[in-house]
Ligand binder design. Structure first.
Ligand code: ADP
Length: 485
């Protein structure tokens, strides 16, 4: 059986460009799919960081006018990842991040920038690149949402999958852009991509794709309800028959405590006590006291309301009362950043807050913390708790979305299960509740003071399969079900 050619369309791909979990997924899934007989190529915009990293590019197509600007496609590969890079300098060659300028404001032409990405994907789907004719296109998030609409407007193409990584971001733009985006006007209706009089780029993907997925089974249920559905719950209910949740994995090569250059000493599930060296290094690096008797809690996160880190700020007195410490790495909401910096100044040696983005420190926090806190209000999948499992840090998570699906709460029944050996891998608490978070901090400290129980949690966590192997099998089956002949 020959490999199934699939085009993945993503606005960020690790390690080239990353602002969140989408990049991790787009970067790691293709490698895992190779074992399933899927030949995935990834289309992404030619941001400066991407163009600078490419070697040995081959021109694969060009447009004199792609939504008003000249553009070309470059075939290349980066660290074994096959790519098609959309080189359209007028759209992508600029300072700042993939979505915002250096001033933090969104680029004003994001609609055109990502519609162009989607249009390029649709044209690849219709045969623009002779050497690569995908039988399935897998579009990620609103930035790739219009792909299926362009295909529908052009009369069809390969099978299409739309994956939602976070329904809170939908790419809604005024209807006056219809012409500039060269969208088929006939599809501008409630059954199409019209969203309350505007254009919904994610909605287009949800309406016109053959299959819809999101990144955990529980989130797939939550988004069919009003609260988590952000106005698209009705569409998702209507398309429930083709909508499923597939839990993400993590790249177990990048996240491997037995061979991680960011750690002072390797460790593995057989001997989690070897983590102590990392904990010492983490404390030393962040100026945390070496003699705390409670758990060292770690946080690696965007600092936003979604992540519930305003709740944690309010729960710090309880965290400190357990005798615990906090090592926080994150950036985002300015008031929250200031809140954590101030808390660290008030409690030197007990609370450390590093504001910024730092891959190496993220690895050290996973390796050196006793527990990783993820108090999200909603969480489509969440990756930090998966890394925590692999690194022997006990995840303490809000019982929502992928957090509920990936961590087994160490409740009394879970502790008694398996002939008394236990099956729990972490701690759950009700989301969006300060009281529940505080109770979880106390419960964590109580377990931490029982070394045999705690080691059990760590060992079972480290034995959990968080790789892409199982999710890749599910995606491959999905692709095969809808692949064009
Ligand atoms: P989201 O995509 O909503 O931000 P996820 O948990 O799905 O959340 O993915 C976040 C990813 O980004 C994880 O791999 C996490 O370790 C990483 N990350 C988040 N904030 C930082 C930071 N400040 N420094 C380094 N890595 C970070």
């Amino acid at each position: 059986m020959s490999d199934l050619p699939v085009l993945s369309v993503a606005s960020e791909v690790f390690p080239l460009v990353k602002t969140g979990g989408l990049a991790d997924v787009a970067g790691a899934l293709p490698g895992a799919l190779a074992a399933e007989g899927v030949a995935m190529r990834t289309l992404l915009p030619g941001y400066p960081a991407v163009m600078a990293a490419l070697r040995n590019v081959e021109p694969a197509h060009h447009w004199a006018d792609l939504l008003g600007v000249p553009a070309r496609l470059l075939a290349a590969s980066h660290q074994g990842l096959p790519l098609l890079v959309l080189d359209a300098p007028a759209f992508y060659d600029r300072a700042g991040g993939p979505y915002a300028g250096p001033d933090g404001h969104d680029h004003p032409d994001n609609a055109q920038r990502f519609a162009a990405l989607s249009l390029a994907a649709a044209e690849i789907g219709r045969g623009a690149v002779r050497a690569f004719q995908p039988r399935v296109i897998h579009a990620h998030d609103w930035q790739a949402g219009l792909t299926a609409a362009y295909l529908r407007g052009a009369g069809g193409g390969p099978g299409t999958v739309m994956t939602v990584h976070n329904l809170a971001f939908q790419g809604i733009v005024p209807a006056s852009m219809l012409e500039a985006l060269r969208l088929p006007p006939a599809l501008f209706s409630m059954e199409g991509f019209e969203y309350h009089g505007a254009i919904g780029m994610l909605k287009a993907g949800l309406q016109f794709s053959d299959r819809i997925t999101t990144v955990s089974p529980t989130y797939a249920v939550e988004v069919r309800g009003r609260e988590a559905g952000f106005g698209l719950d009705g569409v998702l209910r209507a398309r429930a028959g083709v909508f499923s949740g597939i839990l993400n994995g993590i790249d177990t090569g990048v996240w491997n405590p037995a061979a991680d250059a960011a750690l002072p000493a390797p460790f593995s599930a057989g001997k989690p006590t070897a983590r102590r060296v990392s904990r010492q290094a983490l404390r030393a690096k962040l100026g945390l006291a070496a003699d705390a008797d409670g758990p060292l809690f770690g946080v690696i996160s965007r600092l936003t309301e979604q992540k519930g880190l305003d709740l944690l700020l309010a729960a710090l007195p309880t965290l400190l009362a357990t005798g615990g410490q906090l090592a926080l790495l994150g950036a985002g909401d300015r008031a929250m950043e200031a809140g954590y910096v101030a808390a660290a100044a008030r409690h030197p040696g007990r609370i450390a807050a590093v504001i910024g983005y730092d891959e190496a420190l993220a690895h050290l926090i996973q390796a050196g913390s006793d527990a990783i806190l993820v108090p999200s209000r909603f969480e489509p999948c969440g990756l930090t708790q998966l890394c925590a499992l692999r690194y022997g840090a006990v995840p303490v998570v809000a019982r929502v979305g992928g957090l509920a699906d990936s961590v087994i709460d160490s409740n009394p029944m879970a502790m008694a299960a398996n002939g008394g050996a236990g099956v729990g891998t972490g701690i759950h608490f009700a989301g969006n509740s300060l009281e529940a978070l505080e109770a979880a901090l106390l419960r964590t400290a109580e377990l931490f003071r029982q070394p045999a129980l705690w080691r059990g949690l760590q060992k079972r966590g480290m034995a959990t399969d968080v790789s892409w192997a199982a999710p890749a099998r599910r995606y491959a089956a999905l692709y095969r079900a809808i692949a064009a002949p």
